[in-house]
Design a binder for this molecule. Sequence first.
Ligand SMILES: C[S@@+](CC[C@H](N)C(=O)[O-])C[C@H]1O[C@@H](n2cnc3c(N)ncnc32)[C@H](O)[C@@H]1O
Length: 299
Amino acid sequence: MVGEIPPGVGWTALLTAYSRAQESREAGRLFEDPLAAAFVAAVHGAEAGGRPDLPRLGPAKDDGSSVFWNGFRFFLTHRTPFYDRRTLAAVRDGCAQVVFLGAGLDSRAFRLGMLEDITAFEVDQAPVHAFKQEVLDRHGAVPTCVRVPVVADITKGLSQPLLSAGFDPAVPTAWVAEGLLMYFSRDEADGLLDEITALSAPGSRIVGEYFSCRWENADIEYETLETQDRAAWDLLLRELRYGPVADRPGEWLSSHGWAQQEVTTLAEVGRRTGRPVPSEFARLGATRLWLFVGGLPAG
Ligand SMILES: C[S@@+](CC[C@H](N)C(=O)[O-])C[C@H]1O[C@@H](n2cnc3c(N)ncnc32)[C@H](O)[C@@H]1O
């Protein structure tokens, strides 16, 4: 057992790792993330942040018995390869820096095969970094590119911590915001995109997601949920601010000077893999969960 994973939004990083560990065990897996299982194993059996009703892995079960997990597993598993491919495409197209915003337990610096001419900045809260580093060190994990952990509360400003960590605003950058904007208020999301725009050289990209629906207890038939499912759902609803909810991604991007390169939904991404959207996730608005790529013209 290693150090503390923070309660609240930090716990969602562990859920994401659990989905990746689970998918990595599947015969017809969409991707392979060997470190995900190491992160999960490091906390297995522990309680979350002193809350006895919420084990760290909450309802993340493999056996189909958790309504919460049946829906969220689909969400987390399908967005991972979307971000993998767009990150690699941005690197191929000339982005020599990648900034993982709310990087959590993302192991792309280890598993995507990016080489040493690429610098990957991983931005997250200090306790998430501490937990992650302890597991990485224990497993002797070696990144394939230059990996730079950056401790920051993104809502309080990104420029100073990134620049101090060696980020170069003259270099085209891929900004990767997986599982982040929904935890920001609309103002915070706008502020973040303004800051990203100011730090972005021509040819930069942004990949992200948010949903233009608000989750209600009725969407998950809350009254029928088991205790752990309820605790996980309650935690998520407490943390969600929904980000740029009012607009479709294209409008949001263009209002900050970015061109929409791609917009799709999680339902569509799932359909392309040939796996049907589970009813538990369809009820949560899979067709209004947007995934997007924006770009700045090359100089
Ligand atoms: C759902 S997890 C993200 C998963 C991660 N992107 C991945 O691919 O595995 C959300 C992450 O965002 C981080 N986060 C949320 N708000 C943040 C903020 N204001 N500043 C820094 N990190 C934040 C959390 O600590 C958590 O690790």
